[in-house]
Design a protein around this ligand. Sequence first.
Ligand code: IVH
Length: 687
Amino acid sequence: MSKEALNKILALRKKLHEYNYEYYVNSRSLISDFEFDQLLKELELLEDKFPAYSDENSPTKRVGGEVTKSFDSHAHEYPMLSLSNSYSKQDIIDFDERIKKIIDVPFEYICELKYDGVAISLIYENGQLIKGVTRGDGVRGEVVTNNIRTIQAIPLKLVGNYPKKIEVRGEIIFPTPAFEELNKQRKSIGLPLFANPRNTASGSLKLQDSAEVAKRNLDCFLYAVYMKDSTFNNASDQYYYLQQLGFKTPSLKDRYIQKASTIDDIMDFINYWDDKRNALPFEIDGIVIKVNQLDLQQEIGHTAKSPRWAIAYKYKAQQVSTTLENIVYQVGRTGAITPVAHLSAIEISGTIVKRASVHNEDQIQKLDLRIGDTVYVEKGGEIIPKIVGVDKSKRSSNSESFNFIENCPECNSILIRDEGEAQHYCPNSNECPPQIKGKMIHYIGRKQMNIDGVGSETIEQLFNAGLINNIADLYELKKIDLLPLERMAEKSVDNIINGIEESKNVPFPKFLFALGIRYVGETVAKKLVDHFKNIDAIINANEEELANVDEIGDKIAISVLEFFRDDNNLDLIKRLKSHGVQMEQLNKKTTLISSVLVGKKVVVSGKFTQYSRDEIKQMIVDHGGKNSSSVSAQTDLLVVGENMGPSKLEKAQKWKIEMVSENDFLVLIGLKSSNQNQMIEGQGSLF
Ligand code: IVH
């Protein structure tokens, strides 16, 4: 074992911990994502090579990979209590009076946001995260450490003057943008949507595969510290201390916390956030008011359930009434029918609402919804407003019960509803227009075939022009078919044709995902490919063989089976194969010279002196990268030759895309040593 390797590993870990800390705690990027990934990859390779130097708190653990079959239970050293609730100014006055009966010295409060997530206890020993434990029943919780390690805001190692042992408590939350993105992805593969960020955060912590948790981009806010011999006097000092140890803490500047001396101060904070809470990138369900002095907290004490020195003020979910004008039906890519309520426009929590979800037939019946009804609409934990009730006193005497449609609104096929399922489906997957278009739009998507130059509008246009009816038709498009169409200049046509051509090199798992088989998302596609290696093996697999694959249940197995039983789909596969679309797993280790560019989109532009442009493009592929012809916000790297076009340069500067010279590039892929490297002025080369 080499001492040199150990030193390198330790240095890389230190650096990466620092960069993480600066990024997640201080919102400062000291290096680009690209360079961060490079360093992480370097560390990963070294850790693979020298397993004796492994460390469960290495920055490489952030990406997950550890699988927990069953979660151990852990007895909390201090019970995890809950908070009593209040709903009005009077409740706050009563709380204040109760406290003043117990203590007769001056004191102040600290007001905080009440993060709507799931409570967590983080235990550190000798500066190392050793356990992350859920609240459980308050006395015992479950150990979910592997999943917790993937949350970037939680330090794996403490910095500064940390104590021998410290327990920190907080709330794991699902940031709203990340939650919306997750639901978008689920919708695209026909999976049911998650109802709200809180429950999904809680479910995420219990996932067995920590790599899945890593993808969810959870966040964490802290609110309590337990340690022996602490010297701080106030709850607010704890936050300062936590910050010194490397934790992300709620900021005074953003008004996430604020001291309060009077009831009016408290109400001021409550009212401020009642107005502003919708603009936060995470959900809160109220405010927490705490006595700030820690010795007074001790003196005031707690009941069996909750501390007497703190109270939660809960915001009411805003409910408004409006008229249900209609219920319309949307047909998704997988044929799923979603009823959507059209409402008379109304403002809820600062946003104008015209649509609400009604989920499915059962929900419509449960609420006994009728067109013209006055309905109550709520924007609570859920992102999409929902109808929660009907004001039957306002119902007109001639209103009629609502019948769910029996035929597809787009193609008139008879809808089906499988036993035990809540949703209706249109079975006419090969002829129903929104399904045909939806499948093609899914196919070209960024995470699927990533076809540059083709967007959903192009698909719509080509479909309407009768040029494409399925994904195989894309590969048969000719320049002369496209040029006569509106908005199709020579350049955009070239982009389309090139983009489609390049998609033939997309790795097999992405293609399998792109096929749009119900329940086969990115992860399931990878698992299937890892197991079966090529498309024929998947097509020929029986239900049992499919269901035996790690994490593939009966439901997915049946869906895959049904997909490949359809002659139309088999015909598509045949045609796509004849066009050279990748349908087998390539052994990356033998085909790639290195993986320095894996996952990177690279644009090559200008004239080169040592190699031809095509040779450079080939090198990009050999090192795992993907060539693309135009610079976009998604571009990771631009290899710059002489006389590069000014528009490319402008775009690259606008999106702060890394630019490397021919020399830089050759150093990056290991064809040259770095002392021959030259920097492009003003860009600060990474390599
Ligand atoms: S202090 C009782 N502060 O709300 C123990 N809790 O409904 C002290 N929560 O179990 C809790 N934000 O999980 C505290 N700023 C905050 C909070 C907060 C969210 C959660 C916590 C608690 C639950 C009670």
